[in-house]
Design a protein around this ligand. Structure first.
Ligand SMILES: *[C@@H]1O[C@H](CO)[C@@H](O)[C@H](O)[C@H]1NC(C)=O
Ligand SMILES: *[C@@H]1O[C@H](CO)[C@@H](O)[C@H](O)[C@H]1NC(C)=O
Ligand SMILES: *[C@@H]1O[C@H](CO)[C@@H](O)[C@H](O)[C@H]1NC(C)=O
Ligand SMILES: *[C@@H]1O[C@H](CO)[C@@H](O)[C@H](O)[C@H]1NC(C)=O
Ligand SMILES: *[C@@H]1O[C@H](CO)[C@@H](O)[C@H](O)[C@H]1NC(C)=O
Ligand SMILES: *[C@@H]1O[C@H](CO)[C@@H](O)[C@H](O)[C@H]1NC(C)=O
Ligand SMILES: *[C@@H]1O[C@H](CO)[C@@H](O)[C@H](O)[C@H]1NC(C)=O
Length: 331
């Protein structure tokens, strides 16, 4: 099973890596990571271990295929950030809130469920969700600035913002109208880091939310034309494409304004669409692509009353590793 299809909270990612020297294989001496459930290597388990929704991350099947215990990761195995760290010859990045950890090779400030926009935005717009915490992008950067030992950095953020809004009953037009604000918030966070001397930055786009089991279940439509040829809900994917297009433009501008830094945009949207189109090549049985692996309920194996981590909720067998999807674009 995998984290993305199960526990989809956060969607904007920025990565910062510090270059120690310039060989053909880059050498980084540390990674600093920001974001949400896709990057969190354990902060949520320290910050809110008993909070409904999050405490389930401390139950099986979370952690069972790699670490052999729940670590707070929203996955049974490793996250993309763990794979990146391994590829660069670095240890797993410890959660920044952990005590007694060695942060000399980096720190991970990501928290599951974190948003790009601050908590005040959600409160002012009457958007409530038990998963909302005061852990937004600017808070994570403050943690980084307070803890800043010297080195480098990684981060991601974005679509939990839209998920909270949609699940909070906001209209598509409202959600779509917030896209420029979300993107601008990411841009200013990136600049805040670049002006502090970050030399390697990866900014990640968001996934096609309209293909998520949770969205497909909550916003099921009787109108066939609301779905695309892959079975995803069009309007939710359109918001993601709009976000990614604006964010790509911002990254291009940053590349011009900070020529001394290496700034990349990392795709999450296109590889998932490719996976849905070619699922058999990735080892998935036809017809299972849009289903959550861990869960209950038809037709998407998603039921908010019986979610992954609750007693008696089954998970499918293992079938894939994230890195096979080629999501990692380090250059
Ligand atoms: C929180 O977000 C609101 C709306 O985007 C903005 O006006 C405000 O300055 C932000 N507050 C902080 C502390 O970043
Ligand atoms: C979030 O936490 C920051 C301190 O880290 C605090 O200044 C701010 O008021 C908090 N926001 C809310 C809405 O509680
Ligand atoms: C939020 O709810 C309060 C109380 O119901 C209402 O007065 C206010 O207008 C609402 N604000 C927005 C932005 O919907
Ligand atoms: C179905 O959706 C299409 C496009 O969104 C719209 O033009 C059409 O009127 C809808 N049909 C019904 C029966 O609501
Ligand atoms: C979102 O807004 C953009 C810019 O106004 C527009 O081009 C796009 O069609 C909108 N998308 C949706 C899903 O409403
Ligand atoms: C996936 O399918 C598309 C269109 O069918 C094709 O262009 C693409 O090369 C395929 N990708 C892989 C990894 O096979
Ligand atoms: C969802 O799960 C709850 C609790 O197991 C169950 O009572 C309910 O019937 C399920 N709903 C659907 C639509 O399957």
């Amino acid at each position: 099973m995998n984290a993305v299809l199960q526990y989809l909270q956060l969607l904007l990612l920025i990565l910062f890596l510090h270059h120690a020297s310039s060989h053909s294989i880059p050498i980084f001496n540390a990674i600093y990571s920001f974001g949400g459930a896709y990057e969190d290597t354990g902060n949520i388990a320290i910050l809110a271990p008993t909070k409904p929704g999050y405490r389930l991350l401390l139950n099986p099947p979370y952690g069972e295929t790699f670490f052999n215990r729940p670590t707070g990761r929203a996955s049974d195995g490793r996250l993309v950030i763990d794979i990146i760290a391994g590829y660069l010859g670095l240890p797993f990045i410890p959660p920044s809130l952990a005590q007694d950890q060695d942060f000399s090779k980096g720190a991970n400030f990501a928290v599951s469920g974190a948003t790009t926009l601050n908590l005040t935005f959600f409160q002012q717009n009457n958007i409530s969700n038990t998963l909302l915490l005061n852990t937004s992008l600017s808070i994570q950067i403050e943690w980084f600035e307070n803890q800043k030992p010297s080195i480098c950095n990684t981060r991601k953020f974005g679509d939990s913002d839209y998920l909270y809004m949609l699940l909070g009953g906001k209209t598509i037009d409202f959600v779509n109208s917030t896209v420029p604000l979300v993107v601008e918030t990411i841009r200013s966070a990136a600049e805040r880091l670049l002006t502090q001397g970050v030399m390697h930055l990866v900014v990640a786009g968001i996934i096609p939310n309209g293909c998520l089991p949770q969205i497909l279940t909550y916003f099921a439509s009787g109108n066939r034309s609301d779905y695309d040829s892959l079975g995803c809900l069009r309007v939710y994917n359109n918001i993601g494409m709009y976000h990614n297009a604006l964010l790509r433009d911002e990254v291009k501008q940053l590349q011009v304004e900070y020529p001394q830094a290496k700034i990349s945009f990392s795709q999450y949207y296109e590889p998932i669409i490719d996976f849905l189109k070619n699922s058999s090549q990735y080892g998935f049985a036809s017809g299972t692509e849009l289903r959550a692996c861990c869960g209950t309920g038809e037709p998407f194996n998603f039921n908010s009353s019986a979610v992954c981590g609750q007693t008696g909720v089954p998970a499918c067998p293992n079938f894939i590793y994230f890195y096979k999807l080629g999501w990692i674009a380090l250059d």
